[in-house]
Design a binder for this molecule. Structure first.
Ligand code: BTN
Length: 320
């Protein structure tokens, strides 16, 4: 009826299988597409089908591989692409981490993505955007678990390690990192011309190098099953668009504070504040409206305010 040969159908089916579509073949009958929801296909169509945003992820550019999606965003910004442009990729060859480190970005079922923002905000409040992003990934993680079978979801506790690491604990074990966020900014004539927030999500990577295995994990490892990357990607931007709007209304955390603290795993825990001048130990009590961590020092002195970027915070008994 379609005027295509059996070989042509076979070739296309092979291609779809390589892209991750679960297809069953039955001799003398044909092919059958099994549930797409349970498959892990990362492409433009699968993400776009789940996006409910007005501007975040519009346009959405999917690349099988790139150098660094943060770098791609600045190239696109210079070409005039709009606020909300999103680059998503399955592999980076020059992924960048915080403090000049490399973000190893293998093609092992992960997601690497960056958004272009052209905000009308004073430069001093822009570091808070990273924290807004962390909240969005945390909320997307909860959406993702809600879609998993109860027995595996119940074993996982997701949270935020201040300021912007998304972590998970399985069976009350130690918290491990699932995601890294890197925000970069370009200025022109002392005005912000473009910001990118880049996110590396460990989704279905099942093995980690020994040097990072102690503190890193993936959604797939934690939940004990493959996670749909397109859904997790779309949920993240659906939340981000809403959180960004709440943030820009007040340019602080007044409207996001409670949601963030619900996920804050440091809250009520002993922490080491690794300030190179005056390191100290105390109990994290929450965040303020600037997204700074409030720590009650063990020596009984007044609560200290810790700005992100200034110092690192580590759990007294481990990473959190
Ligand atoms: C960290 O060091 O924790 C931050 C890592 C950020 C990695 C992401 S992956 C997508 C985007 N592109 C990059 O080159 N880096 C960020």
């Amino acid at each position: 009826m379609l005027g295509v040969s059996r070989t042509a159908v076979w070739k296309n089916i092979q291609k779809l299988k390589e892209e991750g579509y679960p297809i069953e073949a039955v001799t003398n009958k044909g092919y059958r597409l099994l549930s797409v929801d349970e498959a892990d296909i990362l492409d433009r169509e699968q993400i776009a089908a789940k996006l409910t945003t007005v501007w975040a992820g519009r346009p959405l550019i999917y690349k099988e591989e790139t150098g660094s999606s943060n770098d791609d965003i600045f190239v696109l910004a210079a070409q005039g692409y709009p606020h909300g442009t999103l680059v998503v990729t399955s592999r980076q060859t020059a992924g960048k981490g915080r403090r000049g480190r490399t973000w190893i970005s293998p093609k092992e079922g992960n997601v690497y993505m960056s958004i272009l923002l052209k905000p009308d905000l004073p430069a001093e409040v822009t570091p808070m955007l990273t924290v807004v992003m962390a909240l969005s990934v945390y909320q997307a993680s909860l959406d993702m678990t809600a879609a998993q079978p109860q027995e595996s979801a119940a074993r996982c506790r997701f949270g935020i390690k201040w300021p912007n690491d998304i972590v998970v604990s399985v069976d009350d074990g130690p918290y491990r990192k699932l995601c890294g966020i890197l925000t970069e900014m370009r200025m022109e004539d002392r005005e912000i011309s473009a910001i990118t927030i880049g996110i590396g999500l460990n989704v279905n990577q099942m093995e980690f190098a020994p040097e990072i295995a102690e503190n890193a994990t993936s959604y797939g490892l934690a939940l004990g099953r493959k996670v749909n990357r397109a859904s997790l990607t779309a949920y993240t931007w659906n939340h981000f668009e809403e959180n960004y709007s709440l943030f820009t209304q007040t340019q602080d955390f007044s409207k996001l504070h409670d949601a963030y603290e619900q996920g804050l795993v440091n809250k009520g825990r002993s922490v080491h504040v690794l300030d190179p001048r005056t390191p100290f130990t105390g109990t994290a009590v929450g965040i303020n409206m600037q997204g700074e961590l409030l720590v009650q020092p063990d020596d009984g002195s007044a609560v200290r305010t810790i700005a992100s970027g200034e110092v690192s915070v580590r759990g007294v008994q481990g990473y959190v």
